[in-house]
Ligand binder design. Structure first.
Ligand SMILES: Cc1ncc(COP(=O)(O)O)c(C=O)c1O
Length: 282
């Protein structure tokens, strides 16, 4: 098993990839990306992730150098070469390489970087005990639905969590609305109903978020895509976070306040079980 990178048509060991100092994703964060997992050699949600990449590209007026089908084939081929069954695949498209100036040349050629790595170790306590979090001001721009490599606000939010000695940071807008965590979507459970922020320009519409909402009716849970504020989150019966790498994690303490019983609640536990079944049976 070898962690591999694909860069500008070449395949190499992951730590051998180099980019130009004129690369626009390096200089400006002028790039878009995706992160997708395989389970025992089979990708979960690859088409959905690549469709979102195409939407991000369109939103920033970038032309993808591959069709979605060709990109999917390339991602699959690279994973097979790596022989990593449980892989975390990162796909990034940079606007391209040209001398630094804000306005881009309309002829600059976007290029693709793909890395295939082992899924990082995920502590079991995340699922069985849950995670702790702090809230941070959501100071991000108004186009959070684009999965852009410009992630400074998210990076700083993660840093605040570490400084506070907790696992996660949850963004809250000036009016108190909870949007999402620095790399996850946020859900609350109130009186048996699952609530999460609408998929608009204020959040990244997570692929896991969508799969989780789609699981709800079959498990007997109603859901609503609606905003809620920090106080409603503190008072919720359960809070949980979703993303493709960590799947579903209960948030059991936020800003030092215990959420619900302080343990992953029944709705979260049932969703964790159902999502694990879904990802591993494809
Ligand atoms: C800001 C943000 N929100 C939500 C998510 C969850 O998205 P997904 O479920 O597609 O992994 C991510 C994933 O990285 C993210 O960065």
């Amino acid at each position: 098993m070898t962690e591999l990178a694909y860069l500008n048509g070449e395949i190499m060991a992951v730590d051998r990839g180099r980019v130009s100092i004129n690369d626009r994703s390096f200089l400006f964060g002028d790039g878009i990306y995706e992160v997708v997992r395989s389970y025992d050699g089979v990708f979960f949600g690859l088409e959905e992730h690549l469709a979102r990449l195409a939407r991000s590209a369109a939103a920033v007026e970038m032309e993808l150098p591959f069709s979605e089908a060709d990109l999917a084939a390339l991602v699959r081929e690279l994973r097979e070469k790596s022989e990593i069954a449980d892989a975390m695949v990162y796909v990034q498209v940079s606007r391209g390489v040209e001398p630094r100036r804000h306005i881009f040349d309309l002829n600059v050629k976007p290029y693709v970087l793909i890395t295939v790595r082992h899924v990082p170790h995920i502590p079991e306590r995340y699922w069985y005990e849950g995670v702790t979090a702090v809230t941070v001001p959501d100071v991000r721009w108004g186009m959070c639905h684009i999965k852009s490599t410009s992630l400074l606000a998210n990076v700083m939010a993660g840093h605040r969590a570490r400084q506070a000695g907790v696992d996660e940071a949850i963004f809250v807008r000036e009016d108190g609305t909870v949007t999402e965590a620095y790399a996850s979507n946020v859900f609350i459970v109130r009186d048996g109903t699952v609530l999460t922020h609408p998929a608009n320009n204020r959040i990244l519409g997570g692929i896991t978020r969508r799969f989780v909402l789609d699981l709800c009716p079959g498990l007997g849970f109603s859901y609503r895509e609606t905003t809620f504020d920090r106080e409603e989150m503190y008072a919720a019966d359960e809070v949980f976070l979703t993303n493709s790498v960590h799947e579903i994690r209960a948030a059991v303490e936020i800003d030092g306040r215990r959420i619900g019983t302080g343990r992953p609640g029944p709705v979260t536990r049932e969703l964790i079980r159902a999502y694990k079944e879904l990802t591993r049976k494809r």
